[in-house]
Design a protein around this ligand. Structure first.
Ligand SMILES: *Cc1c(COP(=O)(O)O)cnc(C)c1O
Length: 376
């Protein structure tokens, strides 16, 4: 059996090596490291895949979120509602821009932001909601967009973990994850479902004016060379990363299929277990592309399970061990523990198992057998 890894990018590379190597050589031999034709080609390819009017590549997923907030002209003191249970990038950029982050509880089944909690958190200063499509499944966008509509709020989707997922609205309309809000953002960090070999990110929008503004912001606020119309940043996807993404984008659906297959294997092994809750798939509205396969461990000791697996060379991760509102950097003293019953529970229950495109049957068998043996 091959050594089990949380993510196996080395084996994945072996399958696409000729195309990647050839593309890299082309960039190297033309020295078109920045703004090479590969970058624009990738933006066009992703526009087609997502069926969105504009894809603007940028440096990473965190900057994509920051640029989205800058493009919407949010002002210091404006409130932005987001999830208490996610990676810190979202709350980080809100705070960097001196906006007020309002963290709210999540839904127990899906780990995504609770529409009910959003409603309770809205004030006259609320300007935007950032739902995070956590672990590979879309948040309840039907309700979130409805709330946003009622209160005239922007919705920015953090799609770093769910690229390729599809959302179906009650009226039958089907949209790719990240294309439902005014802006969607994503990350191409190597371990994401669509990852490059360094840092990368992108913003998506159907709005021409916003797209124009974003194209300026990512490039020092320049629309004409050396004329700076607004304060921008330097945030670029480089040509080598675009080579990787152009190679991997046509494979994204098959990559996600492989993740779903591994998730199905895990589900079969764990679905009847009294101490394990398998990830709930909200098939009525979203497909699940399993960026992570996250179990809940109930009436047992999650940390001991993690140690037990680790001793048997099975990596397993706790995403996420600390709610964002309790992080030193973001604890503003305004939160009440009673408002976060779900996050408070999840941080003790969740454990994510190895999940990637190269998992083999003997590895899956060893992982599931070992997890089940822990409880015997
Ligand atoms: C990875 C991730 C980000 C940040 O992306 P980077 O490219 O690492 O900056 C933001 N939000 C979520 C939910 C993520 O998983």
């Amino acid at each position: 059996m091959k050594k089990i890894q949380m993510v196996d990018l080395i084996s994945q590379y072996q399958h696409i090596k000729p195309t990647i190597d050839k593309g890299f050589e082309e960039v190297l031999s033309t020295a078109s490291f920045i703004n090479g034709p590969q970058v624009n080609l990738f933006a066009q390819n992703l526009e087609k895949y997502l069926d969105v009017k504009h894809v603007i590549p940028c440096g990473n997923g965190t900057e994509a979120l920051q640029i989205a907030l800058m493009a919407l002209d949010l002002q210091p003191g404006d409130e932005v509602i987001t999830s208490d249970f996610t990676f810190a990038a979202t709350v980080e950029v809100i705070s960097l821009l001196k906006l007020n982050s309002v963290l709210v509880d999540v839904d127990y089944d899906t780990f995504t932001i609770s529409p009910e909690a959003i409603r309770k958190a809205i004030t006259p200063r609320t300007k935007a909601i950032i739902p995070v499509h956590l672990f590979g499944q879309c948040a309840n966008m039907e309700e979130i967009l409805q709330i946003a509509n009622e209160h005239n709020l922007y919705v920015i989707e953090d799609n770093a973990q769910a690229i390729g997922a599809e959302y179906t609205f009650k009226n039958g309309t089907c949209k790719k994850s990240g294309t439902m809000g005014i802006i969607g953002t994503t990350s191409f960090f190597p371990s994401k479902n669509l990852g490059c070999y360094g840092d990368g990110g992108a913003l998506f929008t159907d709005d021409d004016e916003l797209a124009h503004k974003i194209r300026g912001i990512v490039n020092h606020g320049m629309y004409k060379r050396y004329y700076h119309d607004e304060i921008g940043v330097n945030s670029r996807l480089d040509s080598l990363q675009a080579v990787v993404l152009n190679t991997k984008l046509p494979l994204l659906d098959s990559y996600n299929e492989k993740r779903i297959k591994a998730a199905n294997y895990y589900d079969r092994a764990f679905s009847d277990h009294p101490n394990l809750v398998i990830p709930v798939r909200m098939e009525i509205y979203s497909t699940h592309v399993f960026h992570q396969y996250t179990l809940k461990v109930i009436n047992s000791d999650r940390n001991s399970l993690q140690q037990y697996l680790s001793k048997r060379e099975i990596p397993a991760m706790i995403y996420y061990p600390v709610p964002l509102r309790k992080q030193k950097a973001y604890d503003n003293g305004n939160y009440n523990d009673e408002d976060f019953p779900v996050t408070n529970k999840l941080i003790d229950e969740v454990i994510s198992l190895p999940m990637h495109t190269e998992l083999e049957e003997d590895q899956l068998k060893f992982i599931t057998d070992t997890v089940l043996n822990f409880f015997k």
